[in-house]
Design a binder for this molecule. Structure first.
Ligand code: ATP
Length: 352
């Protein structure tokens, strides 16, 4: 029985979340792409297993959907240790973190997603926990307050962030291994899709996989999501086989263009070109123009648009490149590229 039919039981019907998590690779050997990260991580884990000690703390940075949560689960599985999951926004007070740390068992893997969004007091508690496996519980208030040290079991912290630049240096420096997750190339996404199609019992010839892969914004989560939408189309409109033409027609219907740009990407490009003459324009102004939060534009749309060479981040704001004008079929104004050449930042400040 295919995984999907397994999952589409009465209580799981239509549960896309359940399908997404069932599609996660479970072991490092099954994890596709990110060759360098995989090799480095396997050394870190292997050496820890040989020494019979928890490995160094691991920080993973990269755009949403590149596999950070999946890798955290794999780390725990490879170490044969339990995994505790939480996220930065859930750790509002130091006590929230203390409650978790004090109940960890030896060697347990603690995954903190969106670690850059953790509140300051929790962050400070984490420094000590990461370094000395100890937390200071403060009892009382004002001048009478006392810190009671509490030993905690040695554990491995796995932090994930979409915005490594926002992590304070003292926190970043306490991670022994930092993995930078990059966008996936088309052949890697084809492998992700073929694997998912096999698990879901779908008929996906190579040309169909290629068409979906090249429109997946370099992101496995998007590849899997598009696969499900193309499957709907293939099952309802044709015979279920996901040929290149079927994939192409389905993705056109869902407004994913030939380069993989979706509605938000195109809205950002359209605003930048049509409203601001190609920029430079500040992030917040651009976000208001597309009706989104600046963080959504910065974290979700921008990295891919920059990677595709459609926009550049400069000290004066966002600027469209010549390819952006071509992509939207527009002619740039005569002075569009007269401004100083963009200076690219790896992790620029967010100009208001
Ligand atoms: N290397 C990979 N090989 C196969 N599938 C993958 C891979 N990486 C991610 N996936 C798939 O993509 C989906 C999203 O991955 P995951 O949730 O780990 O991303 P993430 O980086 O943690 O995203 P976010 O930051 O948004 O939480 C998962 O369902 C998983 O099936």
């Amino acid at each position: 029985m295919s995984l999907e039919r397994d999952l589409v039981s009465p209580d799981a019907e239509g549960d896309e979340q359940a399908i997404e998590s069932a599609l996660r690779p479970k072991r490092l050997a099954e994890f596709i792409g990110q060759g360098r990260v995989r090799e480095q991580l396997s050394l870190v884990l292997e050496s820890a297993l040989r020494r019979n000690r928890p490995p160094d703390h691991v920080l993973m940075s990269g755009s949403p959907g590149l596999g950070k949560t999946t890798l955290a689960m794999i780390i725990a599985a490879e170490l044969a240790m339990p995994l505790r999951l939480t996220s930065g926004p859930a750790l509002e007070r130091a006590g929230d973190l203390a409650a978790i740390l004090s109940t960890l068992s030896e060697g347990e893997v603690l995954f903190i997603d969106e670690i850059h969004r953790m509140a300051r007091p929790a962050e400070e508690m984490l420094y000590l926990a990461m370094e000395d496996f100890r937390v200071d519980i403060v009892v009382g208030k004002g001048p009478g307050a006392t810190a009671i040290p509490l030993e905690i079991a040695p554990f491995t912290l796995v932090g994930a962030t979409t915005r490594a630049g926002l992590l304070p240096a003292p926190l970043r420096d306490r991670f022994g291994f930092v993995a930078h997750m990059d966008f996936y190339d088309v052949p890697e996404l084809e492998q992700v899709l073929r694997r998912s199609a096999r698990l879901l019992g779908l008929d996906l010839p190579d040309a169909g996989a290629h068409e979906i892969a090249r429109r997946s914004r370099g992101t496995p989560r998007i590849a899997n999501r598009l696969l499900r939408r193309v499957r709907d189309f293939a099952e309802v409109r044709v015979d279920g086989v996901i040929t290149r033409d079927v994939a192409s027609a389905a993705l056109d219907l869902y407004e994913v263009d030939a380069e993989g740009l979706d509605r938000l990407d195109r809205a950002v490009l359209n605003a930048l070109l049509r409203k601001f003459g190609g920029g430079p324009v500040g992030l917040s102004t651009l976000a208001v123009a597309v009706g989104e939060e600046p963080e959504t534009v910065e974290v979700v749309a921008e990295p891919f648009l920059v990677r595709q060479g459609l926009i550049a981040r400069t000290p004066r704001g966002r600027v469209a490149t010549a390819s952006a004008w071509t992509h939207l079929g527009l002619a740039p104004p005569p002075d569009a590229f007269g401004a100083a050449q963009p200076v690219l930042f790896d992790d620029p400040p967010s100009p208001a």
